[in-house]
Design a protein around this ligand. Structure first.
Ligand SMILES: Nc1ncnc2c1ncn2[C@@H]1O[C@H](COP(=O)(O)OP(=O)(O)OP(=O)(O)O)[C@@H](O)[C@H]1O
Ligand SMILES: [Mg+2]
Length: 256
């Protein structure tokens, strides 16, 4: 809430343009996400999904546009953002243990003169248990399987106690049972009033997982409910006609 008692968007993006070496990856995107929503970011490979997330975290510098997180400019809001990068974007060779990685989330919140205390340690332990990696706490991160590494980074995001979660393909490489468990964990995070922006590739599950969908392919094609966004006509434009039909009641209702 702002002083006038109005709801401030958790994520407010105004006219955002990002390019790499003069080539635009994201053009004039604008949307505002209310707190407490889980939002899917959908679009083909190279659509600018990761670029959007990186701009929100401050990892890429926009050409123009304005980003506010919970009412403050994104560059001043780093403590309230938890970020899980796309798997291929990470260097796994650094010599730290699972527990070290999750504890880093707590260091980000501490003033420089304080060491982690009991409450930090129990937050780290709880996050690792939620993701089922408590038994891996002393293992070097480089030795873990792809799915286990993904869980470590998700545990780190949970331990950070952030307001806004930016997750770039968090389910990629997870087995089906783990994906289901993780969806439940994310729903709990949302039930606490936090906001999640999740890059996701599976159109068949997107309608069930998310409250709202952002459709992206360099430009923003829409930000609305799954019922309005996951329609064959609009998806074909986003995917430039390279779209396989998928099994979901929304699609089947629209296609019949
Ligand atoms: N560091 C970079 N330098 C130059 N070009 C880049 C860089 N990162 C991304 N791009 C380009 O920007 C465009 C958008 O890339 P981005 O990674 O945001 O896509 P994406 O939607 O996340 O794709 P994917 O589904 O494959 O992860 C692509 O054309 C990509 O080649
Ligand atoms: Mg990506």
């Amino acid at each position: 809430m702002n002083p006038e008692g109005n709801n401030v968007p958790a994520i407010d993006v105004d006219n955002l343009t990002v390019s790499y070496g003069g080539r635009p990856a994201l053009e004039s995107a604008s949307f505002a996400i209310d707190p407490g929503l889980m939002v899917g970011v959908i679009g083909p490979n190279g659509a600018g999904k990761s670029t959007l997330i990186k701009a929100l975290v401050g990892f890429v510098r926009p050409d123009s546009g304005d980003i506010q997180i919970c009412g403050v400019p994104a560059r001043s809001a780093k403590g309230s953002i938890a970020y899980v990068p796309q798997r291929g974007d990470l260097d796994w060779d650094f010599p730290v243990t699972v527990e070290d990685v999750v504890m880093m989330a707590r260091y980000a919140r501490l003033p420089w003169w304080r060491s982690p205390d009991g409450s930090d340690k129990s937050a780290v332990r709880a996050a690792m248990d939620t993701l089922g990696i408590g038994n891996l706490h002393g293992r070097p991160i480089g030795e873990l399987s792809g799915g286990q590494k993904q869980r470590v980074f998700l545990a780190r995001a949970l331990a950070q106690d952030a307001e806004v979660f930016l997750l770039d393909e968090p389910f990629a490489g997870l087995d089906a049972a783990t994906e289901k468990e993780l969806v439940k964990v994310l729903a709990r995070v949302r039930a606490e009033g936090r906001t999640l922006l999740v890059v996701h590739h599976d159109l068949a599950t997107a309608g069930d997982y998310f409250d709202r969908i952002i459709l992206l392919n360099q430009k923003l094609f829409g930000y609305d409910t799954p019922q309005r966004m996951l329609r064959p006509d609009i998806l074909r434009r986003v995917y430039e006609h390279k779209l396989e039909p998928f099994k979901h009641p929304i699609w089947e209702a629209a296609a019949s």
